[in-house]
Design a protein. Structure first.
Ligand SMILES: C[S@@+](CC[C@H](N)C(=O)[O-])C[C@H]1O[C@@H](n2cnc3c(N)ncnc32)[C@H](O)[C@@H]1O
Length: 467
Protein backbone atom coordinates (compact mmCIF):
# COMPACT_ATOMS: atom_id res chain seq x y z
CA UNK A 1 0.00 0.00 0.00
CA UNK A 2 1.39 3.40 -0.94
CA UNK A 3 -0.35 6.40 0.35
CA UNK A 4 0.25 10.11 0.48
CA UNK A 5 0.69 11.68 3.88
CA UNK A 6 -2.53 12.63 5.60
CA UNK A 7 -1.05 15.24 7.78
CA UNK A 8 0.00 18.02 8.46
CA UNK A 9 -3.34 18.97 6.97
CA UNK A 10 -4.73 21.87 4.98
CA UNK A 11 -1.66 24.08 5.21
CA UNK A 12 0.60 21.43 3.77
CA UNK A 13 1.24 23.14 0.45
CA UNK A 14 2.06 26.53 1.95
CA UNK A 15 5.64 27.66 2.56
CA UNK A 16 6.33 28.27 6.18
CA UNK A 17 9.32 29.55 8.03
CA UNK A 18 11.14 26.54 9.51
CA UNK A 19 11.24 28.10 12.98
CA UNK A 20 7.48 28.60 13.11
CA UNK A 21 6.52 25.30 11.47
CA UNK A 22 4.83 23.02 13.97
CA UNK A 23 4.46 19.61 12.44
CA UNK A 24 1.67 17.31 13.46
CA UNK A 25 3.29 13.90 13.62
CA UNK A 26 1.99 11.13 11.46
CA UNK A 27 0.86 8.29 13.76
CA UNK A 28 1.75 5.53 11.31
CA UNK A 29 5.26 6.83 10.64
CA UNK A 30 5.92 7.54 14.32
CA UNK A 31 4.83 4.01 15.21
CA UNK A 32 7.01 2.53 12.48
CA UNK A 33 9.96 4.59 13.76
CA UNK A 34 9.33 3.40 17.33
CA UNK A 35 9.47 -0.20 16.12
CA UNK A 36 12.79 0.43 14.32
CA UNK A 37 14.15 2.13 17.43
CA UNK A 38 13.02 -0.73 19.67
CA UNK A 39 14.69 -3.25 17.37
CA UNK A 40 17.98 -1.37 17.15
CA UNK A 41 18.28 -0.02 20.69
CA UNK A 42 16.65 -2.76 22.78
CA UNK A 43 16.90 -5.82 20.54
CA UNK A 44 13.07 -5.92 20.48
CA UNK A 45 11.29 -8.29 18.12
CA UNK A 46 9.23 -6.37 15.58
CA UNK A 47 6.52 -9.03 15.46
CA UNK A 48 5.93 -8.56 19.20
CA UNK A 49 6.55 -4.81 19.57
CA UNK A 50 4.46 -3.65 16.62
CA UNK A 51 1.17 -5.29 17.67
CA UNK A 52 1.70 -3.93 21.19
CA UNK A 53 2.17 -0.36 19.89
CA UNK A 54 -0.78 -0.67 17.54
CA UNK A 55 -2.98 -1.73 20.44
CA UNK A 56 -1.73 1.03 22.76
CA UNK A 57 -2.08 3.77 20.16
CA UNK A 58 -5.39 2.69 18.78
CA UNK A 59 -4.47 3.50 15.16
CA UNK A 60 -7.28 3.09 12.68
CA UNK A 61 -7.07 0.17 10.25
CA UNK A 62 -5.52 2.21 7.45
CA UNK A 63 -2.82 3.73 9.64
CA UNK A 64 -2.12 0.38 11.29
CA UNK A 65 -1.63 -1.24 7.87
CA UNK A 66 0.68 1.57 6.78
CA UNK A 67 2.69 1.43 10.02
CA UNK A 68 3.09 -2.32 9.53
CA UNK A 69 4.22 -1.93 5.96
CA UNK A 70 6.70 0.79 6.92
CA UNK A 71 8.17 -1.03 9.91
CA UNK A 72 8.43 -4.48 8.35
CA UNK A 73 9.45 -3.18 4.94
CA UNK A 74 12.21 -0.97 6.35
CA UNK A 75 13.54 -3.79 8.51
CA UNK A 76 13.55 -6.26 5.63
CA UNK A 77 15.27 -3.85 3.27
CA UNK A 78 17.88 -2.71 5.78
CA UNK A 79 20.86 -4.14 3.88
CA UNK A 80 19.92 -2.41 0.64
CA UNK A 81 18.98 0.83 2.39
CA UNK A 82 22.30 0.88 4.25
CA UNK A 83 24.23 0.22 1.04
CA UNK A 84 22.54 3.28 -0.48
CA UNK A 85 22.96 5.46 2.60
CA UNK A 86 26.62 4.50 2.94
CA UNK A 87 27.20 6.14 -0.43
CA UNK A 88 25.55 9.36 0.62
CA UNK A 89 26.72 9.89 4.19
CA UNK A 90 30.32 10.98 4.62
CA UNK A 91 30.81 9.12 7.93
CA UNK A 92 30.56 5.35 8.45
CA UNK A 93 26.90 4.58 9.23
CA UNK A 94 27.92 2.96 12.52
CA UNK A 95 29.10 6.39 13.71
CA UNK A 96 25.70 8.02 13.17
CA UNK A 97 23.29 8.53 16.03
CA UNK A 98 21.32 5.22 15.76
CA UNK A 99 18.06 7.20 15.84
CA UNK A 100 19.18 9.23 12.83
CA UNK A 101 20.17 6.04 11.00
CA UNK A 102 16.73 4.54 11.63
CA UNK A 103 15.05 7.72 10.39
CA UNK A 104 17.18 7.70 7.24
CA UNK A 105 16.25 4.07 6.63
CA UNK A 106 12.57 4.82 7.14
CA UNK A 107 12.65 7.73 4.69
CA UNK A 108 14.79 5.91 2.13
CA UNK A 109 12.48 2.88 2.21
CA UNK A 110 9.50 5.07 1.33
CA UNK A 111 11.45 6.61 -1.53
CA UNK A 112 12.94 3.52 -3.14
CA UNK A 113 10.43 0.78 -2.39
CA UNK A 114 7.07 2.51 -1.86
CA UNK A 115 7.72 5.34 -4.26
CA UNK A 116 6.04 7.79 -1.92
CA UNK A 117 6.39 11.23 -3.57
CA UNK A 118 9.74 12.63 -2.52
CA UNK A 119 8.39 15.79 -0.86
CA UNK A 120 6.08 13.68 1.32
CA UNK A 121 8.70 11.09 2.29
CA UNK A 122 11.36 13.73 2.98
CA UNK A 123 9.15 16.25 4.81
CA UNK A 124 7.51 13.70 7.08
CA UNK A 125 10.88 12.16 7.96
CA UNK A 126 12.36 15.59 8.68
CA UNK A 127 9.38 16.37 10.95
CA UNK A 128 9.91 13.07 12.73
CA UNK A 129 13.62 13.82 13.11
CA UNK A 130 12.88 17.20 14.72
CA UNK A 131 10.48 15.53 17.13
CA UNK A 132 12.53 12.52 18.20
CA UNK A 133 16.14 13.70 17.82
CA UNK A 134 16.06 17.48 17.54
CA UNK A 135 16.42 20.19 14.95
CA UNK A 136 20.18 19.71 14.71
CA UNK A 137 19.85 16.38 12.91
CA UNK A 138 17.11 17.44 10.53
CA UNK A 139 19.47 19.14 8.06
CA UNK A 140 21.44 15.94 7.52
CA UNK A 141 18.27 13.86 7.13
CA UNK A 142 16.84 16.35 4.67
CA UNK A 143 20.01 16.49 2.56
CA UNK A 144 20.60 12.74 2.46
CA UNK A 145 17.00 11.85 1.64
CA UNK A 146 16.94 14.36 -1.20
CA UNK A 147 19.94 12.56 -2.68
CA UNK A 148 18.21 9.18 -2.21
CA UNK A 149 15.20 10.55 -4.10
CA UNK A 150 17.41 11.89 -6.86
CA UNK A 151 18.94 8.43 -7.34
CA UNK A 152 15.62 6.89 -8.40
CA UNK A 153 13.71 3.85 -7.27
CA UNK A 154 14.99 0.43 -6.15
CA UNK A 155 15.90 -0.84 -9.61
CA UNK A 156 17.80 2.33 -10.45
CA UNK A 157 19.60 2.20 -7.13
CA UNK A 158 20.47 -1.49 -7.61
CA UNK A 159 22.03 -0.61 -10.96
CA UNK A 160 24.01 2.19 -9.29
CA UNK A 161 25.21 -0.08 -6.47
CA UNK A 162 26.44 -2.71 -8.96
CA UNK A 163 28.39 -5.57 -7.38
CA UNK A 164 28.96 -9.15 -8.45
CA UNK A 165 26.12 -11.64 -9.06
CA UNK A 166 25.67 -12.78 -5.46
CA UNK A 167 26.03 -9.30 -4.05
CA UNK A 168 23.34 -8.07 -6.41
CA UNK A 169 21.10 -11.02 -5.54
CA UNK A 170 21.54 -10.28 -1.83
CA UNK A 171 20.61 -6.62 -2.31
CA UNK A 172 17.72 -7.37 -4.66
CA UNK A 173 16.16 -9.96 -2.33
CA UNK A 174 16.92 -8.25 0.99
CA UNK A 175 19.20 -10.93 2.39
CA UNK A 176 22.74 -10.85 3.76
CA UNK A 177 25.27 -12.63 1.55
CA UNK A 178 25.87 -15.53 3.93
CA UNK A 179 22.17 -16.38 3.93
CA UNK A 180 22.11 -16.34 0.13
CA UNK A 181 24.96 -18.88 0.27
CA UNK A 182 23.13 -21.01 2.85
CA UNK A 183 19.93 -21.11 0.75
CA UNK A 184 21.83 -22.02 -2.40
CA UNK A 185 23.59 -24.77 -0.52
CA UNK A 186 20.29 -26.11 0.81
CA UNK A 187 18.57 -25.96 -2.58
CA UNK A 188 21.25 -28.05 -4.29
CA UNK A 189 24.64 -26.37 -4.01
CA UNK A 190 26.42 -25.30 -7.15
CA UNK A 191 23.85 -27.05 -9.36
CA UNK A 192 21.03 -24.84 -8.01
CA UNK A 193 19.13 -23.08 -10.76
CA UNK A 194 19.87 -19.35 -10.22
CA UNK A 195 16.28 -18.47 -11.15
CA UNK A 196 14.96 -20.83 -8.46
CA UNK A 197 17.34 -19.40 -5.87
CA UNK A 198 16.12 -15.89 -6.61
CA UNK A 199 12.50 -17.06 -6.46
CA UNK A 200 13.16 -18.79 -3.12
CA UNK A 201 14.82 -15.72 -1.61
CA UNK A 202 12.06 -13.41 -2.86
CA UNK A 203 9.44 -15.73 -1.34
CA UNK A 204 11.43 -15.78 1.90
CA UNK A 205 11.21 -11.97 1.93
CA UNK A 206 7.53 -11.59 1.05
CA UNK A 207 4.98 -10.95 3.80
CA UNK A 208 3.39 -14.35 4.55
CA UNK A 209 -0.30 -15.19 4.45
CA UNK A 210 -1.80 -16.05 7.81
CA UNK A 211 -2.37 -19.78 8.23
CA UNK A 212 -4.77 -21.18 10.79
CA UNK A 213 -4.93 -24.67 12.24
CA UNK A 214 -8.27 -26.26 13.11
CA UNK A 215 -7.36 -28.09 16.31
CA UNK A 216 -10.67 -28.90 17.92
CA UNK A 217 -13.16 -28.16 15.17
CA UNK A 218 -13.74 -29.26 11.58
CA UNK A 219 -11.52 -27.47 9.10
CA UNK A 220 -14.52 -26.56 6.90
CA UNK A 221 -16.20 -24.78 9.78
CA UNK A 222 -13.03 -22.76 10.37
CA UNK A 223 -12.81 -21.88 6.67
CA UNK A 224 -16.38 -20.67 6.74
CA UNK A 225 -15.96 -18.67 9.94
CA UNK A 226 -12.74 -17.01 8.78
CA UNK A 227 -13.54 -16.57 5.09
CA UNK A 228 -10.27 -18.39 4.32
CA UNK A 229 -9.51 -21.33 2.09
CA UNK A 230 -8.42 -24.85 3.00
CA UNK A 231 -4.64 -25.10 2.89
CA UNK A 232 -3.25 -27.34 0.15
CA UNK A 233 -1.16 -29.67 2.35
CA UNK A 234 -2.34 -30.04 5.92
CA UNK A 235 -5.86 -31.41 6.46
CA UNK A 236 -6.13 -28.95 9.37
CA UNK A 237 -4.95 -25.78 7.58
CA UNK A 238 -6.91 -22.73 6.50
CA UNK A 239 -5.16 -19.91 4.67
CA UNK A 240 -6.38 -16.34 5.18
CA UNK A 241 -5.96 -13.52 2.71
CA UNK A 242 -6.46 -10.76 5.25
CA UNK A 243 -8.16 -9.74 8.46
CA UNK A 244 -7.16 -10.11 12.06
CA UNK A 245 -7.24 -13.79 13.12
CA UNK A 246 -7.25 -12.73 16.78
CA UNK A 247 -10.85 -11.58 16.33
CA UNK A 248 -12.14 -15.01 15.31
CA UNK A 249 -14.22 -16.69 18.05
CA UNK A 250 -12.57 -20.07 17.33
CA UNK A 251 -9.10 -18.61 17.75
CA UNK A 252 -10.18 -16.87 20.95
CA UNK A 253 -11.58 -20.10 22.34
CA UNK A 254 -8.49 -22.15 21.36
CA UNK A 255 -10.43 -24.44 19.02
CA UNK A 256 -8.21 -22.98 16.28
CA UNK A 257 -4.89 -21.16 16.28
CA UNK A 258 -2.49 -19.32 14.02
CA UNK A 259 0.11 -21.80 12.74
CA UNK A 260 2.14 -21.92 9.54
CA UNK A 261 1.09 -24.86 7.39
CA UNK A 262 4.71 -26.05 7.37
CA UNK A 263 4.69 -26.29 11.16
CA UNK A 264 1.49 -28.31 10.91
CA UNK A 265 3.21 -30.80 8.59
CA UNK A 266 6.12 -31.05 11.02
CA UNK A 267 3.69 -32.05 13.76
CA UNK A 268 1.89 -34.44 11.43
CA UNK A 269 5.20 -36.07 10.54
CA UNK A 270 5.51 -37.31 14.10
CA UNK A 271 1.89 -38.51 14.21
CA UNK A 272 2.13 -40.29 10.83
CA UNK A 273 5.47 -42.01 11.40
CA UNK A 274 5.19 -45.80 11.19
CA UNK A 275 5.64 -47.41 14.57
CA UNK A 276 5.96 -50.99 15.72
CA UNK A 277 4.37 -51.93 19.03
CA UNK A 278 2.80 -49.73 21.68
CA UNK A 279 1.83 -46.12 20.98
CA UNK A 280 1.04 -44.52 24.32
CA UNK A 281 3.55 -41.85 25.21
CA UNK A 282 4.56 -38.85 23.09
CA UNK A 283 7.16 -36.23 23.97
CA UNK A 284 7.53 -32.70 22.57
CA UNK A 285 11.02 -31.90 23.79
CA UNK A 286 11.25 -28.20 22.81
CA UNK A 287 7.63 -27.23 22.98
CA UNK A 288 7.48 -23.49 23.74
CA UNK A 289 5.28 -21.63 22.95
CA UNK A 290 3.17 -24.69 22.22
CA UNK A 291 2.12 -24.48 18.57
CA UNK A 292 3.06 -28.04 17.61
CA UNK A 293 2.18 -29.41 21.04
CA UNK A 294 -1.35 -28.02 20.54
CA UNK A 295 -1.66 -29.86 17.24
CA UNK A 296 -0.16 -33.08 18.64
CA UNK A 297 -2.64 -33.00 21.52
CA UNK A 298 -5.48 -32.69 19.01
CA UNK A 299 -4.40 -35.41 16.57
CA UNK A 300 -3.09 -38.08 18.97
CA UNK A 301 -5.15 -41.23 19.23
CA UNK A 302 -7.17 -41.73 22.42
CA UNK A 303 -5.09 -43.00 25.31
CA UNK A 304 -1.86 -41.30 24.25
CA UNK A 305 -0.24 -39.16 26.95
CA UNK A 306 1.62 -36.06 25.73
CA UNK A 307 4.55 -34.63 27.66
CA UNK A 308 5.61 -31.16 26.56
CA UNK A 309 8.89 -29.66 27.74
CA UNK A 310 10.72 -26.38 27.41
CA UNK A 311 13.86 -25.22 29.12
CA UNK A 312 12.58 -21.65 29.52
CA UNK A 313 10.07 -21.45 32.36
CA UNK A 314 8.03 -18.68 30.72
CA UNK A 315 7.88 -20.66 27.46
CA UNK A 316 6.70 -23.71 29.41
CA UNK A 317 3.93 -21.51 30.82
CA UNK A 318 2.89 -20.58 27.27
CA UNK A 319 2.72 -24.30 26.46
CA UNK A 320 0.54 -24.80 29.51
CA UNK A 321 -1.92 -22.19 28.19
CA UNK A 322 -1.82 -23.69 24.69
CA UNK A 323 -2.73 -27.09 26.17
CA UNK A 324 -5.33 -25.78 28.64
CA UNK A 325 -8.39 -28.03 28.62
CA UNK A 326 -6.53 -31.03 27.17
CA UNK A 327 -6.59 -34.26 29.16
CA UNK A 328 -3.55 -36.52 29.53
CA UNK A 329 -0.94 -33.83 29.08
CA UNK A 330 2.01 -32.91 31.25
CA UNK A 331 4.06 -29.73 30.87
CA UNK A 332 7.57 -29.53 32.31
CA UNK A 333 10.18 -26.80 32.49
CA UNK A 334 13.38 -28.80 31.97
CA UNK A 335 16.53 -28.98 29.87
CA UNK A 336 15.92 -31.67 27.27
CA UNK A 337 19.60 -32.66 27.51
CA UNK A 338 19.22 -33.53 31.20
CA UNK A 339 15.80 -35.14 31.20
CA UNK A 340 13.94 -35.95 34.40
CA UNK A 341 12.43 -39.10 32.76
CA UNK A 342 13.88 -42.60 32.30
CA UNK A 343 15.60 -43.58 29.02
CA UNK A 344 13.23 -45.24 26.53
CA UNK A 345 10.13 -43.69 28.12
CA UNK A 346 8.49 -42.50 24.92
CA UNK A 347 7.14 -44.01 21.70
CA UNK A 348 7.35 -40.83 19.65
CA UNK A 349 9.51 -37.77 20.26
CA UNK A 350 9.29 -34.44 18.47
CA UNK A 351 12.49 -32.41 18.61
CA UNK A 352 11.61 -29.00 17.14
CA UNK A 353 15.07 -27.73 17.85
CA UNK A 354 16.20 -24.18 18.57
CA UNK A 355 17.82 -22.95 15.33
CA UNK A 356 18.84 -19.86 13.39
CA UNK A 357 15.28 -19.45 12.07
CA UNK A 358 16.58 -18.79 8.55
CA UNK A 359 13.47 -20.50 7.16
CA UNK A 360 11.02 -18.16 8.89
CA UNK A 361 12.61 -14.82 8.05
CA UNK A 362 9.47 -13.63 6.30
CA UNK A 363 7.68 -13.36 9.64
CA UNK A 364 10.64 -11.99 11.63
CA UNK A 365 11.98 -9.24 9.41
CA UNK A 366 14.93 -8.11 11.55
CA UNK A 367 16.32 -11.56 12.30
CA UNK A 368 18.29 -11.80 9.03
CA UNK A 369 20.41 -8.81 10.07
CA UNK A 370 20.81 -9.94 13.66
CA UNK A 371 21.98 -13.46 12.92
CA UNK A 372 25.57 -14.09 11.88
CA UNK A 373 27.39 -17.24 10.69
CA UNK A 374 28.95 -17.40 14.16
CA UNK A 375 25.54 -18.30 15.57
CA UNK A 376 25.51 -21.60 13.72
CA UNK A 377 28.18 -23.74 15.51
CA UNK A 378 26.81 -23.27 19.07
CA UNK A 379 23.32 -24.04 17.80
CA UNK A 380 24.59 -27.19 16.07
CA UNK A 381 26.17 -28.27 19.35
CA UNK A 382 22.86 -27.72 21.17
CA UNK A 383 20.85 -29.46 18.44
CA UNK A 384 23.22 -32.43 18.51
CA UNK A 385 22.98 -32.71 22.29
CA UNK A 386 19.19 -32.50 22.18
CA UNK A 387 18.98 -35.11 19.41
CA UNK A 388 21.20 -37.49 21.36
CA UNK A 389 18.88 -37.07 24.32
CA UNK A 390 15.76 -37.47 22.14
CA UNK A 391 17.13 -40.76 20.82
CA UNK A 392 17.83 -41.91 24.36
CA UNK A 393 14.30 -40.92 25.41
CA UNK A 394 12.61 -43.02 22.76
CA UNK A 395 12.15 -46.78 23.16
CA UNK A 396 13.59 -49.30 20.70
CA UNK A 397 11.29 -49.23 17.66
CA UNK A 398 10.14 -45.71 18.51
CA UNK A 399 10.66 -42.62 16.33
CA UNK A 400 12.20 -39.18 16.68
CA UNK A 401 11.16 -36.36 14.34
CA UNK A 402 13.96 -33.80 14.12
CA UNK A 403 12.65 -30.48 12.86
CA UNK A 404 14.06 -26.98 12.33
CA UNK A 405 12.61 -23.81 10.83
CA UNK A 406 15.84 -23.40 8.91
CA UNK A 407 17.16 -24.99 5.74
CA UNK A 408 20.83 -24.33 6.69
CA UNK A 409 22.72 -27.58 5.93
CA UNK A 410 24.79 -27.53 9.14
CA UNK A 411 21.76 -27.54 11.44
CA UNK A 412 19.58 -29.82 9.33
CA UNK A 413 21.01 -32.59 7.15
CA UNK A 414 24.36 -32.59 8.94
CA UNK A 415 22.82 -33.03 12.42
CA UNK A 416 20.39 -35.73 11.27
CA UNK A 417 22.98 -37.60 9.21
CA UNK A 418 25.51 -37.57 12.05
CA UNK A 419 22.90 -39.19 14.33
CA UNK A 420 22.03 -41.70 11.58
CA UNK A 421 25.61 -42.96 11.60
CA UNK A 422 24.95 -44.59 14.97
CA UNK A 423 24.41 -48.32 14.70
CA UNK A 424 21.13 -48.14 16.64
CA UNK A 425 19.44 -45.55 14.41
CA UNK A 426 17.84 -45.81 10.99
CA UNK A 427 16.52 -43.01 8.77
CA UNK A 428 12.91 -43.23 7.58
CA UNK A 429 12.13 -41.41 4.31
CA UNK A 430 9.95 -38.37 4.97
CA UNK A 431 8.54 -37.87 1.46
CA UNK A 432 6.75 -41.24 1.61
CA UNK A 433 4.60 -39.93 4.44
CA UNK A 434 3.55 -36.91 2.41
CA UNK A 435 2.67 -38.25 -1.05
CA UNK A 436 0.34 -35.27 -1.53
CA UNK A 437 3.18 -32.74 -1.13
CA UNK A 438 5.35 -32.46 -4.25
CA UNK A 439 8.99 -31.39 -4.09
CA UNK A 440 9.37 -32.13 -0.37
CA UNK A 441 12.24 -34.67 -0.53
CA UNK A 442 15.70 -33.53 0.51
CA UNK A 443 17.44 -36.86 0.13
CA UNK A 444 15.67 -39.09 2.67
CA UNK A 445 14.70 -36.04 4.70
CA UNK A 446 12.00 -33.47 4.03
CA UNK A 447 12.26 -29.78 3.24
CA UNK A 448 9.44 -27.31 2.70
CA UNK A 449 10.05 -24.07 0.85
CA UNK A 450 8.19 -20.75 0.72
CA UNK A 451 8.43 -20.58 -3.08
CA UNK A 452 7.26 -24.18 -3.61
CA UNK A 453 4.83 -24.73 -0.78
CA UNK A 454 3.91 -21.27 0.49
CA UNK A 455 5.19 -22.28 3.96
CA UNK A 456 8.19 -21.50 6.10
CA UNK A 457 11.32 -23.42 5.05
CA UNK A 458 10.87 -26.25 7.58
CA UNK A 459 13.33 -29.13 7.61
CA UNK A 460 12.18 -32.56 8.82
CA UNK A 461 14.03 -35.81 9.46
CA UNK A 462 12.63 -39.01 10.87
CA UNK A 463 14.86 -41.39 12.83
CA UNK A 464 13.98 -44.74 14.34
CA UNK A 465 15.75 -46.43 17.27
CA UNK A 466 16.57 -49.93 16.09
CA UNK A 467 18.05 -51.44 19.24
C1 LIG B 1 11.79 -23.75 17.67
S1 LIG B 1 11.27 -23.38 19.27
C2 LIG B 1 9.98 -24.55 19.48
C3 LIG B 1 8.67 -24.14 18.86
C4 LIG B 1 7.52 -25.02 19.30
N1 LIG B 1 7.77 -26.42 19.02
C5 LIG B 1 6.21 -24.64 18.69
O1 LIG B 1 5.78 -25.25 17.72
O2 LIG B 1 5.57 -23.71 19.22
C6 LIG B 1 12.55 -24.06 20.24
C7 LIG B 1 12.28 -24.06 21.74
O3 LIG B 1 13.34 -24.81 22.34
C8 LIG B 1 13.53 -24.32 23.64
N2 LIG B 1 14.84 -24.84 24.13
C9 LIG B 1 16.07 -24.37 23.87
N3 LIG B 1 17.00 -25.13 24.45
C10 LIG B 1 16.33 -26.12 25.09
C11 LIG B 1 16.74 -27.23 25.88
N4 LIG B 1 18.03 -27.45 26.14
N5 LIG B 1 15.80 -28.05 26.39
C12 LIG B 1 14.47 -27.82 26.15
N6 LIG B 1 14.04 -26.76 25.42
C13 LIG B 1 14.95 -25.94 24.90
C14 LIG B 1 13.43 -22.84 23.47
O4 LIG B 1 13.12 -22.22 24.69
C15 LIG B 1 12.31 -22.72 22.42
O5 LIG B 1 11.08 -22.50 23.07
Amino acid sequence: MTRPPRRPGPKQGRRRHPATRRPVLDGARLTAYDVLDGVSSREAYANLLLPQLLRERDLDERDAAFATQLAYGTLRAQGTLDAILARLVSRPLAELDPRVLDLLRLGAYQLIDLRVPSHAAVDTTVDLTRAVVGTGASGLVNAVLRKVAAGGDRSQWLATLGGDGDERLALATNHPRWIVDAWRDALGGSSTDPAELEQALLADDAAPEVHLVARRMPRDALAEESGGEPGPWSPYAVRLHGGDPGRLPSVRSGAAAVQDEGSQLAGLLLARAPLQGRDEAWLDMCAGPGGKAGLLAAVRPGGVRLTAVDRARHRAELVRSALAGEADVEVLAADGRRPPWQPGSFDRVLLDAPCTGLGALRRRPEVRWRRTPDDVPPLVELQTGLLTSALASVRVGGVVAYVTCSPHAAETVAVADAAAERDDVEVLPVARLFPEVPGIARGDHGQLWPHRHGTDAMFMALLRRTR
